[in-house]
Design a protein around this ligand. Structure first.
Ligand code: AMP
Length: 220
């Protein structure tokens, strides 16, 4: 049987979200992305969103207690009972330890952690060139996946007339900060999961389709 409880680990821009979406469609497991949950809270202007926004816009991590609370709520929902794909969590050793404790309480176990490995120069190019449609959420890239209509529009105006935007944390300055945070706070998790003998890695410096086929093979 395919793995049903897994973490996608990797730097910002490594392709965790893209791979998680493909797995979600294929395996019918929910993608649990703390970044998406936080962005939705920011958009709705909830107290959580207001607190998170200042950290996110400057590329810092939202405090552990906040995101751990979010994950506790999310994994307790019925659709997470049969498994999940964690994307963007855990990001610190404290978050990883909290997840271990939570799973013990739920009598569940983490089955795999897959590191999506991408060289830093490539991460910078991917993130700073990323453009998103605020309406339909499609993701483009100024070079690798340019929008079909004349930039900066999403499509030919008939389908989605929206002007593409750059995420506030995808500017070069904030991207550099996010990569530093990754190196300092999240990279130690590689060793953490190696010690638990749960870690495997894929070379993420290839097309999403090629990365996905290797990932699928790894997960059985
Ligand atoms: P992402 O979309 O995963 O790149 O996350 C965007 C931003 O949300 C990050 O730069 C952090 O500010 C915040 N964030 C997302 N997940 C976490 C997490 N597990 N711990 C702390 N902050 C997070």
């Amino acid at each position: 049987m395919a793995t049903r409880r897994l973490i996608l680990l990797g730097a910002p821009g490594a392709g965790k979200g893209t791979q998680a979406q493909l797995l979600m469609q294929d395996l019918g497991l929910p993608q649990v992305s703390t970044g998406d949950i936080l962005r939705a809270a920011v958009k709705e202007g909830t107290p959580l969103g207001l607190e998170a926004q200042s950290y996110m816009n400057r590329g810092a991590l939202v405090p552990d207690a906040v995101v751990i609370g979010l994950i506790e709520d999310r994994l307790a929902r019925p659709d997470a009972g049969g498994g999940w794909i964690l994307d963007g969590f855990p990001r610190t050793p404290a978050q990883a330890e909290a997840l271990d404790g939570l799973l013990t309480n739920l009598d569940q176990s983490l089955e795999a952690v897959v590191l999506i490995d991408v060289p830093e120069a490539q991460l910078i190019e991917r993130l700073t060139g990323r453009r998103t449609c605020p309406l339909c959420k499609r993701i483009f890239h100024v070079r690798f996946n340019p929008p079909p209509a004349a930039p900066p529009f999403c499509t030919d105006h008939a389908d989605c007339p929206s002007e593409l935007v750059q995420r506030p944390d995808d500017t070069l300055e904030v991207v550099s900060k996010r990569l530093n945070v990754y190196r300092e706070s999240t990279e130690p998790l590689i060793r953490y999961y190696q010690q638990q003998q749960k870690l495997t890695s894929v070379d993420g410096d290839r097309s999403p389709e090629v990365v996905y086929s290797e990932l699928r093979e790894l997960l059985g």
